[in-house]
Design a protein around this ligand. Sequence first.
Ligand code: URA
Ligand code: SF4
Length: 188
Amino acid sequence: MFNNWKELEESILNCKKCKLCMNRRNIVFGEGNKNADIMFIGEGPGADEDAKGLPFVGKAGQLMNKAFEGIGISREKVYIANVVKCRPPSNRIPQVDEASSCLDYLRNQVILIKPKIIVLLGSTALKNILGKEFAITSARGKWIERKNILYMPTWHPAALLRDEAKKIEFWKDLKLVKEKADFDSLNF
Ligand code: URA
Ligand code: SF4
């Protein structure tokens, strides 16, 4: 573990800890406020993210931005990262060895940011962070507390593109986050 951002960021340059290094164009480390009280964790970069080196800049990200705007969450004030930092081929789900190689970086990001709330975007984030016994369908929309961090599992924004009903639930879940953050006067 590194106790500063510079060392952590340097440690990931040219990372070859898993096979996802072979086809990536850019490592998508994460983006946002390093003092954020709210952190969002997705699955892994898609084509647009891989091209730009930034998380959630494609279609799913644009939908997430719209929800943020509507609910009053400012994207610049939160921190956004992914379970894996390099794009899985054809956007497949990260494999167990890939996620476990990459998770040290994410854990280190969480340690440095010290968020009060972590929003888990979809099944991959939920299972890798809280445990594979969790299922997104039953866990979403409910707070889970672990080691002084409140977790809110919700749908992955890409799932909203395929299913309109999930959009409503996603908004509902983010509203819970916003209400809690307002109530606790969080920095976001
Ligand atoms: N999907 C993710 O899980 N993360 C991104 O950064 C973009 C799409
Ligand atoms: Fe390294 Fe993570 Fe990329 Fe794998 S996905 S090569 S562990 S940065």
